[in-house]
Design a binder for this molecule. Structure first.
Ligand code: ATP
Ligand code: LTN
Length: 328
């Protein structure tokens, strides 16, 4: 049977954290053997909010390096940087011309993000989901593995594809979101009521994938808990629940096993053990990251090959689009 095509994207808006790893990248690496995969560092999405030009390129490379370090490999996946495949911007423009504004006005992520920026909000931020649709539709993507927060954007991509096909014939494959059953929402350490996020200013709120062991121990030590004592999974106690969930995602143990393990232990014990589990899990990833970025050209060459492979498919699709709408 032919393998289905998977596409997903990740922004370079800050350091990748444990939420990105447990909710996205780790699953991408694990599922890559069963699918044809495209994983893209979406730098054009990243600039929908202001970025510092002196560090942006390095952040883009860091994210790409971490994808490989997490086990995504060239044999099974095409890893590339969005702006290096020009067809993404081009298709986004074409789709812009056939997407009703009303559809974008309904996007909850835009409403939330623009709330923070008021008048400064860019047209790009509004248009963000159309660029995302272009990413997905260029590759005949069938499955889009993302966190819950992205479901609405994937559904919009599907609506855009359907509308295009209705007007111009069968050009695009209809994509579906794939939300992992576990890990879809790792919460912040200092504020466990909100998801762990790259763009959160507070450093202690998230564990970066490149944090040193001491840094990890410190952050976990300071993580918000509560004034109770017993160690149980309980959504009404977001701090302790989040620490236990991270522990569970990393060890693969059942809730019952974990609660039995920690029966009679203190929060201090839990935090110490959790920190060690995180450190051990991230160690091989960090080693691989420093190994592959130590030789500067190695990563750049892999990314160049990725852009070439993605570019071939994307060019074929954009040709088909040009012809179907009458530009060629
Ligand atoms: P930002 O905070 O800038 O919005 P982000 O941390 O949400 O960024 P993205 O690049 O938007 O990161 O997301 C990359 C992938 O990681 C997406 O599939 C997203 O759903 C997933 N993801 C992000 N944060 C979490 C989290 N806290 N828990 C689980 N998955 C997450
Ligand atoms: N909006 C996504 C990133 C993203 C994406 C995509 C995800 C851009 N293009 C295509 C899946 C498919 C986010 O913020 N996580």
């Amino acid at each position: 049977m032919e393998k289905k095509t998977v596409f997903s994207g990740i922004q370079a808006s800050g350091s990748l954290h444990l939420g990105n790893y447990l909710g996205a990248i780790r699953n991408w690496a694990a599922m890559q053997y069963d699918y044809n995969n495209y994983f893209c560092v979406v730098d054009l999405h990243t600039i929908t909010v202001p970025q510092d030009p002196s560090t942006l390129r390095e952040k883009i490379r860091e994210v790409a390096g971490l994808l490989f370090a997490a086990g995504i490999n060239e044999e099974n996946s095409v890893v590339f940087i969005q702006s290096e495949v020009k067809a993404h911007s081009e298709l986004a423009w074409i789709l812009n011309c056939m997407t009703p504004m009303g559809w974008l006005q309904r996007m909850t992520q835009f409403k939330e993000k623009s709330e923070k920026q008021k008048e400064e909000v860019s047209v790009g931020l509004f248009d963000y989901p159309v660029l995302q649709a272009a990413d997905i539709l260029l590759y005949d993507t069938q499955m889009v593995p993302v966190g819950e927060d992205q479901r609405q954007h994937v559904e919009l991509s599907r609506d855009i594809a359907q509308r295009f096909n209705y007007r111009y014939g069968q050009v695009f494959t209809l994509p579906e979101a794939y939300i992992p059953p576990h890990g879809g929402r790792v919460m912040g350490l200092s504020n466990p009521d909100k998801k762990m996020s790259k763009s959160e200013d507070k450093q202690e709120d998230s564990i970066s994938l490149l944090d040193s062991p001491d840094n990890i121990r410190n952050k976990i030590k300071k993580a918000t808990t509560d004034s109770l004592k017993d160690i149980r999974f309980d959504e009404k106690r977001p701090g302790i629940n989040n620490l236990l969930t991270i522990y569970q995602l990393l060890t693969g143990k059942t809730q019952e096993e974990i609660e039995n393990n920690f029966a009679g232990s203190s929060y201090k014990d839990l935090k110490e053990q959790l920190a060690e589990v995180i450190i051990e899990d991230l160690r091989p990833l960090q080693d691989r990251y420093f190994e592959l970025t130590g030789e500067k050209r190695y990563l750049d060459e892999m990314l160049q090959r990725g852009a070439e492979r993605a570019g071939e498919q994307a060019e074929r699709k954009i040709d088909h689009v040009h012809k179907s709408i009458g530009l060629r």
